[in-house]
Unconditional design. Structure first.
Length: 496
Protein backbone atom coordinates (compact mmCIF):
# COMPACT_ATOMS: atom_id res chain seq x y z
CA UNK A 1 0.00 0.00 0.00
CA UNK A 2 1.15 3.54 -0.63
CA UNK A 3 1.87 6.01 2.13
CA UNK A 4 -1.20 7.94 1.10
CA UNK A 5 -3.38 4.95 1.93
CA UNK A 6 -1.85 4.67 5.39
CA UNK A 7 -3.04 8.17 6.27
CA UNK A 8 -5.85 8.13 8.82
CA UNK A 9 -9.11 9.30 7.26
CA UNK A 10 -10.49 11.51 10.03
CA UNK A 11 -13.51 12.47 7.92
CA UNK A 12 -14.51 8.82 7.61
CA UNK A 13 -13.91 8.27 11.33
CA UNK A 14 -16.15 11.27 12.06
CA UNK A 15 -18.93 9.84 9.88
CA UNK A 16 -18.72 6.43 11.55
CA UNK A 17 -18.65 8.02 15.01
CA UNK A 18 -21.72 10.11 14.16
CA UNK A 19 -23.70 7.10 12.98
CA UNK A 20 -22.68 5.07 16.03
CA UNK A 21 -23.80 7.94 18.27
CA UNK A 22 -27.19 8.04 16.55
CA UNK A 23 -27.49 4.28 17.02
CA UNK A 24 -26.70 4.35 20.74
CA UNK A 25 -27.92 7.85 21.68
CA UNK A 26 -30.95 6.90 23.80
CA UNK A 27 -28.88 4.46 25.88
CA UNK A 28 -26.86 7.41 27.18
CA UNK A 29 -25.72 8.40 29.74
CA UNK A 30 -26.66 4.95 31.09
CA UNK A 31 -29.47 2.43 31.05
CA UNK A 32 -30.52 -0.31 33.43
CA UNK A 33 -30.21 -3.81 32.03
CA UNK A 34 -31.40 -6.58 34.35
CA UNK A 35 -27.81 -7.59 35.17
CA UNK A 36 -27.16 -4.07 36.49
CA UNK A 37 -29.05 -4.93 39.69
CA UNK A 38 -26.83 -7.95 40.32
CA UNK A 39 -23.72 -5.81 39.75
CA UNK A 40 -25.06 -3.05 42.01
CA UNK A 41 -25.90 -5.41 44.88
CA UNK A 42 -23.03 -7.92 44.57
CA UNK A 43 -20.30 -5.38 43.87
CA UNK A 44 -17.51 -5.76 41.31
CA UNK A 45 -15.62 -8.70 42.80
CA UNK A 46 -18.53 -10.94 43.79
CA UNK A 47 -20.27 -10.22 40.49
CA UNK A 48 -17.09 -11.10 38.56
CA UNK A 49 -16.45 -14.25 40.59
CA UNK A 50 -19.97 -15.59 40.14
CA UNK A 51 -21.42 -14.34 36.87
CA UNK A 52 -18.32 -13.78 34.73
CA UNK A 53 -16.29 -16.73 36.03
CA UNK A 54 -19.13 -19.17 35.31
CA UNK A 55 -19.24 -17.76 31.76
CA UNK A 56 -15.47 -17.87 31.19
CA UNK A 57 -15.18 -14.11 30.60
CA UNK A 58 -11.75 -13.59 32.11
CA UNK A 59 -11.18 -10.18 30.48
CA UNK A 60 -14.42 -8.97 32.04
CA UNK A 61 -13.33 -10.36 35.40
CA UNK A 62 -10.00 -8.51 35.22
CA UNK A 63 -11.79 -5.28 34.25
CA UNK A 64 -14.19 -5.53 37.19
CA UNK A 65 -11.31 -6.24 39.57
CA UNK A 66 -9.57 -3.11 38.28
CA UNK A 67 -12.62 -0.89 38.80
CA UNK A 68 -13.07 -2.38 42.26
CA UNK A 69 -9.44 -1.59 43.08
CA UNK A 70 -9.91 1.97 41.80
CA UNK A 71 -13.09 2.27 43.90
CA UNK A 72 -15.16 3.60 40.98
CA UNK A 73 -18.91 3.97 41.53
CA UNK A 74 -21.07 1.49 39.59
CA UNK A 75 -22.92 4.30 37.80
CA UNK A 76 -19.60 5.81 36.71
CA UNK A 77 -18.42 2.38 35.54
CA UNK A 78 -21.49 2.05 33.30
CA UNK A 79 -20.93 5.50 31.77
CA UNK A 80 -17.21 4.83 31.21
CA UNK A 81 -18.05 1.51 29.55
CA UNK A 82 -20.56 3.22 27.23
CA UNK A 83 -18.05 5.88 26.16
CA UNK A 84 -15.34 3.29 25.52
CA UNK A 85 -17.83 1.07 23.65
CA UNK A 86 -18.65 3.93 21.26
CA UNK A 87 -14.97 4.58 20.61
CA UNK A 88 -14.12 0.88 20.15
CA UNK A 89 -17.11 0.37 17.83
CA UNK A 90 -15.93 3.31 15.72
CA UNK A 91 -12.39 1.89 15.49
CA UNK A 92 -13.78 -1.57 14.65
CA UNK A 93 -15.92 -0.35 11.76
CA UNK A 94 -13.15 1.90 10.44
CA UNK A 95 -10.68 -1.01 10.53
CA UNK A 96 -13.11 -3.28 8.69
CA UNK A 97 -13.82 -0.67 6.00
CA UNK A 98 -10.09 -0.28 5.36
CA UNK A 99 -9.76 -4.06 5.09
CA UNK A 100 -12.38 -4.02 2.32
CA UNK A 101 -10.68 -1.09 0.56
CA UNK A 102 -7.33 -2.89 0.78
CA UNK A 103 -8.73 -6.11 -0.68
CA UNK A 104 -10.40 -4.24 -3.55
CA UNK A 105 -7.17 -2.32 -4.15
CA UNK A 106 -5.16 -5.56 -4.30
CA UNK A 107 -7.27 -6.55 -7.31
CA UNK A 108 -6.66 -3.17 -9.00
CA UNK A 109 -10.34 -2.42 -8.50
CA UNK A 110 -11.51 1.03 -9.56
CA UNK A 111 -13.03 2.19 -6.26
CA UNK A 112 -15.34 5.02 -7.29
CA UNK A 113 -16.96 7.40 -4.82
CA UNK A 114 -20.27 5.53 -5.05
CA UNK A 115 -18.57 2.20 -4.40
CA UNK A 116 -16.89 3.73 -1.35
CA UNK A 117 -20.29 4.85 -0.08
CA UNK A 118 -21.65 1.32 -0.49
CA UNK A 119 -18.63 -0.12 1.37
CA UNK A 120 -19.19 2.29 4.28
CA UNK A 121 -22.96 1.73 4.55
CA UNK A 122 -22.66 -2.06 4.15
CA UNK A 123 -19.89 -2.19 6.77
CA UNK A 124 -22.05 -0.20 9.18
CA UNK A 125 -24.80 -2.78 8.64
CA UNK A 126 -22.36 -5.57 9.50
CA UNK A 127 -21.92 -4.16 13.01
CA UNK A 128 -24.87 -1.88 13.78
CA UNK A 129 -27.58 -4.49 13.92
CA UNK A 130 -29.71 -5.71 16.82
CA UNK A 131 -26.87 -7.92 18.04
CA UNK A 132 -24.53 -4.94 18.02
CA UNK A 133 -27.21 -2.96 19.89
CA UNK A 134 -27.09 -5.40 22.78
CA UNK A 135 -23.31 -5.02 22.94
CA UNK A 136 -24.02 -1.38 23.83
CA UNK A 137 -26.93 -2.29 26.10
CA UNK A 138 -25.18 -4.25 28.84
CA UNK A 139 -23.14 -2.71 31.67
CA UNK A 140 -19.90 -4.26 30.37
CA UNK A 141 -20.50 -2.85 26.87
CA UNK A 142 -16.89 -1.85 26.17
CA UNK A 143 -15.67 -5.38 26.90
CA UNK A 144 -18.21 -6.80 24.45
CA UNK A 145 -17.16 -4.35 21.74
CA UNK A 146 -13.50 -5.10 22.45
CA UNK A 147 -14.37 -8.70 21.60
CA UNK A 148 -15.79 -7.56 18.24
CA UNK A 149 -12.66 -5.51 17.49
CA UNK A 150 -10.36 -8.43 18.34
CA UNK A 151 -12.42 -10.71 16.08
CA UNK A 152 -12.02 -8.25 13.20
CA UNK A 153 -8.27 -8.05 13.88
CA UNK A 154 -8.15 -11.87 13.90
CA UNK A 155 -9.70 -11.81 10.43
CA UNK A 156 -7.21 -9.14 9.32
CA UNK A 157 -4.22 -11.27 10.34
CA UNK A 158 -5.70 -14.50 9.00
CA UNK A 159 -6.18 -13.11 5.50
CA UNK A 160 -2.58 -11.82 5.33
CA UNK A 161 -1.10 -14.37 2.94
CA UNK A 162 2.41 -12.97 3.42
CA UNK A 163 2.45 -13.84 7.12
CA UNK A 164 3.47 -17.44 7.87
CA UNK A 165 2.11 -17.09 11.41
CA UNK A 166 -1.27 -15.78 10.26
CA UNK A 167 -3.30 -18.63 11.76
CA UNK A 168 -1.43 -18.50 15.06
CA UNK A 169 -1.96 -14.75 15.32
CA UNK A 170 -5.58 -15.17 14.28
CA UNK A 171 -6.11 -17.85 16.93
CA UNK A 172 -4.52 -15.78 19.71
CA UNK A 173 -6.65 -12.74 18.91
CA UNK A 174 -9.74 -14.90 18.63
CA UNK A 175 -8.93 -16.58 21.95
CA UNK A 176 -8.72 -13.23 23.76
CA UNK A 177 -11.93 -12.12 22.01
CA UNK A 178 -13.66 -15.23 23.31
CA UNK A 179 -12.52 -14.40 26.83
CA UNK A 180 -14.27 -11.04 26.43
CA UNK A 181 -17.55 -12.41 25.05
CA UNK A 182 -18.01 -15.70 23.24
CA UNK A 183 -20.72 -15.07 20.64
CA UNK A 184 -18.81 -12.31 18.84
CA UNK A 185 -16.22 -14.77 17.49
CA UNK A 186 -18.99 -16.42 15.44
CA UNK A 187 -18.46 -13.51 13.03
CA UNK A 188 -14.92 -14.71 12.32
CA UNK A 189 -15.67 -17.45 9.74
CA UNK A 190 -18.20 -15.56 7.55
CA UNK A 191 -16.12 -12.35 7.66
CA UNK A 192 -12.89 -14.21 6.85
CA UNK A 193 -14.58 -16.08 3.98
CA UNK A 194 -15.53 -12.75 2.41
CA UNK A 195 -11.83 -11.94 2.05
CA UNK A 196 -10.03 -15.26 1.58
CA UNK A 197 -12.39 -16.48 -1.12
CA UNK A 198 -11.12 -13.88 -3.58
CA UNK A 199 -7.81 -15.75 -3.93
CA UNK A 200 -9.32 -19.23 -4.32
CA UNK A 201 -9.32 -20.63 -7.83
CA UNK A 202 -11.29 -23.82 -7.17
CA UNK A 203 -13.75 -25.25 -4.68
CA UNK A 204 -11.22 -27.66 -3.18
CA UNK A 205 -8.97 -24.78 -2.10
CA UNK A 206 -11.96 -22.93 -0.65
CA UNK A 207 -13.16 -25.96 1.32
CA UNK A 208 -9.66 -26.52 2.75
CA UNK A 209 -9.44 -22.87 3.83
CA UNK A 210 -12.92 -23.02 5.38
CA UNK A 211 -11.98 -26.12 7.37
CA UNK A 212 -8.94 -24.29 8.76
CA UNK A 213 -11.16 -21.40 9.86
CA UNK A 214 -13.60 -23.82 11.49
CA UNK A 215 -10.78 -25.57 13.34
CA UNK A 216 -9.60 -22.26 14.81
CA UNK A 217 -13.07 -21.41 16.12
CA UNK A 218 -13.60 -24.97 17.42
CA UNK A 219 -10.27 -24.86 19.29
CA UNK A 220 -11.25 -21.54 20.85
CA UNK A 221 -14.55 -22.93 22.09
CA UNK A 222 -12.91 -26.10 23.44
CA UNK A 223 -10.38 -23.97 25.34
CA UNK A 224 -13.18 -21.68 26.46
CA UNK A 225 -15.22 -24.55 27.85
CA UNK A 226 -12.15 -25.83 29.73
CA UNK A 227 -11.65 -22.33 31.19
CA UNK A 228 -15.27 -22.22 32.35
CA UNK A 229 -15.01 -25.59 34.09
CA UNK A 230 -11.71 -24.58 35.67
CA UNK A 231 -13.09 -21.29 37.00
CA UNK A 232 -16.22 -22.99 38.33
CA UNK A 233 -13.99 -25.41 40.25
CA UNK A 234 -11.59 -22.68 41.39
CA UNK A 235 -14.31 -20.41 42.79
CA UNK A 236 -16.54 -23.31 43.92
CA UNK A 237 -19.48 -21.90 41.94
CA UNK A 238 -22.89 -23.40 41.35
CA UNK A 239 -23.76 -21.54 38.12
CA UNK A 240 -27.20 -20.04 37.60
CA UNK A 241 -27.34 -21.87 34.27
CA UNK A 242 -26.24 -25.45 33.79
CA UNK A 243 -23.08 -25.49 31.63
CA UNK A 244 -23.35 -29.17 30.76
CA UNK A 245 -23.14 -29.78 27.00
CA UNK A 246 -26.21 -31.47 25.57
CA UNK A 247 -26.15 -33.42 22.30
CA UNK A 248 -29.73 -33.84 21.11
CA UNK A 249 -31.26 -33.98 17.64
CA UNK A 250 -34.47 -32.51 19.04
CA UNK A 251 -32.58 -29.55 20.53
CA UNK A 252 -30.69 -29.06 17.25
CA UNK A 253 -33.91 -28.97 15.19
CA UNK A 254 -35.58 -26.68 17.72
CA UNK A 255 -32.64 -24.27 17.52
CA UNK A 256 -32.87 -24.21 13.71
CA UNK A 257 -36.56 -23.34 13.85
CA UNK A 258 -36.09 -20.63 16.49
CA UNK A 259 -33.22 -19.01 14.59
CA UNK A 260 -35.16 -19.07 11.32
CA UNK A 261 -38.16 -17.36 12.89
CA UNK A 262 -36.32 -15.10 15.42
CA UNK A 263 -39.56 -14.77 17.34
CA UNK A 264 -38.62 -14.45 21.03
CA UNK A 265 -41.41 -17.05 21.39
CA UNK A 266 -43.82 -14.34 20.17
CA UNK A 267 -44.58 -13.11 16.64
CA UNK A 268 -42.45 -14.84 13.97
CA UNK A 269 -39.88 -12.78 12.04
CA UNK A 270 -38.95 -14.39 8.73
CA UNK A 271 -37.13 -11.36 7.26
CA UNK A 272 -33.52 -12.52 7.46
CA UNK A 273 -34.22 -16.09 6.35
CA UNK A 274 -36.19 -14.86 3.32
CA UNK A 275 -33.80 -12.07 2.30
CA UNK A 276 -30.73 -14.33 2.51
CA UNK A 277 -32.48 -16.95 0.40
CA UNK A 278 -33.45 -14.35 -2.20
CA UNK A 279 -29.94 -12.88 -2.38
CA UNK A 280 -28.39 -16.34 -2.74
CA UNK A 281 -30.85 -17.28 -5.51
CA UNK A 282 -29.99 -14.03 -7.32
CA UNK A 283 -26.30 -14.91 -7.18
CA UNK A 284 -26.99 -18.42 -8.46
CA UNK A 285 -29.05 -17.08 -11.36
CA UNK A 286 -26.41 -14.61 -12.58
CA UNK A 287 -24.59 -15.52 -15.78
CA UNK A 288 -20.94 -16.50 -15.22
CA UNK A 289 -19.76 -13.42 -17.13
CA UNK A 290 -20.95 -11.27 -14.22
CA UNK A 291 -18.48 -12.93 -11.79
CA UNK A 292 -14.91 -11.76 -11.27
CA UNK A 293 -13.95 -15.27 -10.13
CA UNK A 294 -15.20 -18.69 -11.11
CA UNK A 295 -19.00 -18.70 -10.66
CA UNK A 296 -19.17 -22.03 -8.81
CA UNK A 297 -16.46 -20.94 -6.36
CA UNK A 298 -18.10 -17.55 -5.80
CA UNK A 299 -21.51 -19.08 -5.13
CA UNK A 300 -19.96 -21.60 -2.76
CA UNK A 301 -18.36 -18.71 -0.86
CA UNK A 302 -21.74 -17.03 -0.48
CA UNK A 303 -23.33 -20.29 0.66
CA UNK A 304 -20.57 -20.93 3.21
CA UNK A 305 -20.77 -17.33 4.38
CA UNK A 306 -24.50 -17.63 5.18
CA UNK A 307 -24.41 -21.25 6.38
CA UNK A 308 -21.40 -20.75 8.68
CA UNK A 309 -23.09 -17.89 10.53
CA UNK A 310 -26.36 -19.82 10.79
CA UNK A 311 -25.10 -23.23 11.87
CA UNK A 312 -22.46 -21.93 14.28
CA UNK A 313 -25.25 -20.20 16.23
CA UNK A 314 -27.47 -23.29 16.00
CA UNK A 315 -24.68 -25.48 17.39
CA UNK A 316 -23.87 -23.13 20.27
CA UNK A 317 -27.53 -22.62 21.22
CA UNK A 318 -28.34 -26.33 20.94
CA UNK A 319 -25.27 -27.56 22.84
CA UNK A 320 -25.64 -25.22 25.83
CA UNK A 321 -29.45 -24.96 25.72
CA UNK A 322 -29.38 -21.15 25.40
CA UNK A 323 -32.19 -18.95 24.18
CA UNK A 324 -32.08 -16.99 20.90
CA UNK A 325 -30.92 -13.60 22.18
CA UNK A 326 -29.95 -10.83 19.74
CA UNK A 327 -26.39 -10.71 21.08
CA UNK A 328 -26.01 -14.44 20.32
CA UNK A 329 -27.38 -13.95 16.79
CA UNK A 330 -24.99 -11.06 16.01
CA UNK A 331 -23.11 -12.93 13.25
CA UNK A 332 -26.37 -13.97 11.55
CA UNK A 333 -27.57 -10.35 11.46
CA UNK A 334 -24.14 -9.22 10.19
CA UNK A 335 -24.45 -11.41 7.09
CA UNK A 336 -26.76 -8.85 5.45
CA UNK A 337 -23.97 -6.27 5.29
CA UNK A 338 -21.48 -8.95 4.24
CA UNK A 339 -23.68 -9.92 1.28
CA UNK A 340 -23.76 -6.33 0.00
CA UNK A 341 -19.95 -6.42 0.12
CA UNK A 342 -19.90 -9.85 -1.51
CA UNK A 343 -21.77 -8.53 -4.55
CA UNK A 344 -19.30 -5.65 -4.78
CA UNK A 345 -16.18 -7.79 -4.35
CA UNK A 346 -17.14 -10.89 -6.36
CA UNK A 347 -19.41 -9.64 -9.13
CA UNK A 348 -19.50 -6.86 -11.72
CA UNK A 349 -23.20 -6.05 -11.35
CA UNK A 350 -22.33 -2.68 -9.80
CA UNK A 351 -20.68 -1.61 -13.03
CA UNK A 352 -24.29 -0.80 -13.78
CA UNK A 353 -24.62 2.61 -12.13
CA UNK A 354 -28.38 2.21 -11.59
CA UNK A 355 -27.91 -1.05 -9.68
CA UNK A 356 -25.12 0.50 -7.60
CA UNK A 357 -27.31 3.47 -6.68
CA UNK A 358 -30.19 1.14 -5.87
CA UNK A 359 -27.94 -0.93 -3.58
CA UNK A 360 -26.77 2.23 -1.78
CA UNK A 361 -30.35 3.41 -1.32
CA UNK A 362 -31.57 0.04 0.00
CA UNK A 363 -28.60 -0.35 2.34
CA UNK A 364 -29.03 3.23 3.61
CA UNK A 365 -32.75 2.78 4.19
CA UNK A 366 -32.12 -0.37 6.18
CA UNK A 367 -29.36 1.34 8.19
CA UNK A 368 -31.77 4.17 9.02
CA UNK A 369 -34.34 1.57 10.04
CA UNK A 370 -31.77 -0.05 12.36
CA UNK A 371 -31.01 3.34 13.96
CA UNK A 372 -34.71 4.10 14.46
CA UNK A 373 -35.33 0.60 15.79
CA UNK A 374 -32.42 0.91 18.23
CA UNK A 375 -33.83 4.20 19.50
CA UNK A 376 -37.29 2.70 19.85
CA UNK A 377 -35.95 -0.27 21.81
CA UNK A 378 -34.11 2.13 24.12
CA UNK A 379 -37.37 3.99 24.77
CA UNK A 380 -39.19 0.72 25.46
CA UNK A 381 -36.35 -0.33 27.78
CA UNK A 382 -36.62 2.88 29.80
CA UNK A 383 -40.38 2.48 30.07
CA UNK A 384 -39.96 -1.16 31.17
CA UNK A 385 -37.52 -0.09 33.89
CA UNK A 386 -39.93 2.66 35.00
CA UNK A 387 -42.67 0.04 35.34
CA UNK A 388 -40.20 -2.16 37.24
CA UNK A 389 -39.65 0.66 39.71
CA UNK A 390 -43.41 1.10 40.18
CA UNK A 391 -43.76 -2.62 40.85
CA UNK A 392 -40.63 -2.61 43.02
CA UNK A 393 -41.92 0.11 45.30
CA UNK A 394 -45.28 -1.66 45.54
CA UNK A 395 -43.48 -4.79 46.73
CA UNK A 396 -41.38 -2.75 49.15
CA UNK A 397 -44.51 -1.14 50.58
CA UNK A 398 -45.91 -4.60 51.32
CA UNK A 399 -42.62 -5.63 52.95
CA UNK A 400 -42.40 -2.51 55.13
CA UNK A 401 -46.06 -2.73 56.20
CA UNK A 402 -45.51 -6.33 57.26
CA UNK A 403 -42.23 -5.56 59.05
CA UNK A 404 -43.82 -2.65 60.95
CA UNK A 405 -46.77 -4.81 62.00
CA UNK A 406 -44.84 -7.99 62.85
CA UNK A 407 -41.58 -6.43 64.09
CA UNK A 408 -39.84 -9.12 61.98
CA UNK A 409 -37.38 -8.22 59.22
CA UNK A 410 -37.74 -10.01 55.88
CA UNK A 411 -34.41 -11.67 54.94
CA UNK A 412 -35.54 -14.65 52.85
CA UNK A 413 -37.47 -15.08 49.61
CA UNK A 414 -39.27 -18.15 48.34
CA UNK A 415 -40.63 -17.60 44.84
CA UNK A 416 -42.75 -19.55 42.39
CA UNK A 417 -44.46 -18.93 39.06
CA UNK A 418 -48.09 -19.02 38.08
CA UNK A 419 -49.14 -21.13 35.09
CA UNK A 420 -48.63 -18.40 32.51
CA UNK A 421 -45.64 -16.39 33.76
CA UNK A 422 -44.39 -13.88 31.20
CA UNK A 423 -40.97 -12.23 31.26
CA UNK A 424 -42.34 -9.23 29.39
CA UNK A 425 -44.52 -6.32 30.46
CA UNK A 426 -48.18 -6.77 29.45
CA UNK A 427 -49.10 -4.47 26.58
CA UNK A 428 -45.48 -3.51 25.85
CA UNK A 429 -43.96 -4.56 22.52
CA UNK A 430 -41.60 -7.46 23.08
CA UNK A 431 -37.99 -6.81 21.98
CA UNK A 432 -36.15 -9.45 23.99
CA UNK A 433 -33.91 -8.66 26.96
CA UNK A 434 -34.47 -4.85 27.05
CA UNK A 435 -38.16 -5.31 27.89
CA UNK A 436 -37.78 -8.18 30.36
CA UNK A 437 -39.43 -7.54 33.73
CA UNK A 438 -36.85 -7.77 36.49
CA UNK A 439 -39.42 -9.13 38.96
CA UNK A 440 -40.05 -12.04 36.59
CA UNK A 441 -36.35 -12.87 36.16
CA UNK A 442 -35.10 -15.71 38.33
CA UNK A 443 -31.51 -14.51 37.82
CA UNK A 444 -32.22 -11.05 39.28
CA UNK A 445 -35.16 -11.32 41.70
CA UNK A 446 -32.97 -11.40 44.84
CA UNK A 447 -30.92 -8.36 43.79
CA UNK A 448 -34.03 -6.46 42.65
CA UNK A 449 -35.74 -6.88 46.03
CA UNK A 450 -32.54 -5.85 47.83
CA UNK A 451 -32.12 -2.85 45.53
CA UNK A 452 -35.60 -1.46 46.18
CA UNK A 453 -36.08 -2.53 49.81
CA UNK A 454 -32.62 -2.01 51.24
CA UNK A 455 -32.96 -5.34 53.06
CA UNK A 456 -30.12 -7.85 52.97
CA UNK A 457 -31.64 -11.02 51.52
CA UNK A 458 -29.84 -14.06 52.90
CA UNK A 459 -31.47 -16.65 50.65
CA UNK A 460 -33.68 -16.70 47.57
CA UNK A 461 -34.95 -20.10 46.43
CA UNK A 462 -37.52 -21.38 43.99
CA UNK A 463 -40.28 -23.65 45.31
CA UNK A 464 -42.94 -24.24 42.68
CA UNK A 465 -45.07 -26.12 45.21
CA UNK A 466 -45.75 -22.74 46.83
CA UNK A 467 -47.99 -21.90 43.88
CA UNK A 468 -50.43 -24.52 45.12
CA UNK A 469 -49.72 -24.48 48.85
CA UNK A 470 -49.49 -20.71 49.38
CA UNK A 471 -51.24 -19.11 46.41
CA UNK A 472 -53.96 -21.73 45.74
CA UNK A 473 -53.00 -22.09 42.04
CA UNK A 474 -54.16 -18.54 41.25
CA UNK A 475 -52.96 -16.85 38.05
CA UNK A 476 -52.48 -13.12 37.46
CA UNK A 477 -52.00 -10.83 34.46
CA UNK A 478 -50.66 -7.87 36.46
CA UNK A 479 -49.20 -7.16 39.88
CA UNK A 480 -51.49 -7.84 42.82
CA UNK A 481 -50.89 -7.73 46.57
CA UNK A 482 -52.15 -11.32 46.73
CA UNK A 483 -48.93 -12.42 45.01
CA UNK A 484 -47.07 -11.75 48.26
CA UNK A 485 -47.42 -13.68 51.52
CA UNK A 486 -45.25 -13.55 54.63
CA UNK A 487 -44.26 -16.07 57.25
CA UNK A 488 -41.73 -14.96 59.84
CA UNK A 489 -38.65 -13.63 58.04
CA UNK A 490 -39.71 -15.17 54.70
CA UNK A 491 -41.54 -13.50 51.82
CA UNK A 492 -43.38 -15.83 49.44
CA UNK A 493 -43.66 -14.29 46.00
CA UNK A 494 -45.53 -15.57 42.93
CA UNK A 495 -44.36 -14.31 39.54
CA UNK A 496 -47.13 -13.61 37.04
Amino acid sequence: MTKEKNIIDFKLIGIIFGVVMLFVLLLLPYNYCSDYYNLKIDGYTDYANYWFASSGRTVGMATLYLFDYLNVEIESFVIIMKILAILIATITIYTFINMVYSKLDSRNENITKKKKILVVVASLLVFLNMGGYQFFYYSESAIMWLSVLLTVLAVKHTIDKNNKLRFIKGFLLLFVAMNCYQSTILLYIPAALLFVGIDKENRKELIKETIKLCVLVALCFICGYAIIQGLIYLFNIEPFRDNTLTVSLESFIDSIVRLLFLNYEKDPNYFYAIIYLILFVISKSLDKRWFKNDKSVSNLILFFLIASAFFQIVLVVALVQFYIADRIVFAYFAVLGLIFLYYLMYTDIFKNNRLLEMAIILATIYLCYMIIKAGNISVLNRYARYMDSVEGYSIVREIKDYENASKCKVTKIVYCMDESTEHDWPGLRVVGDPTYRIFAGEWVIKSAVEYYSGNKIESCIKNQYAHEQIFNLKNWDSFDEEQIEFDGDTMYFCMY
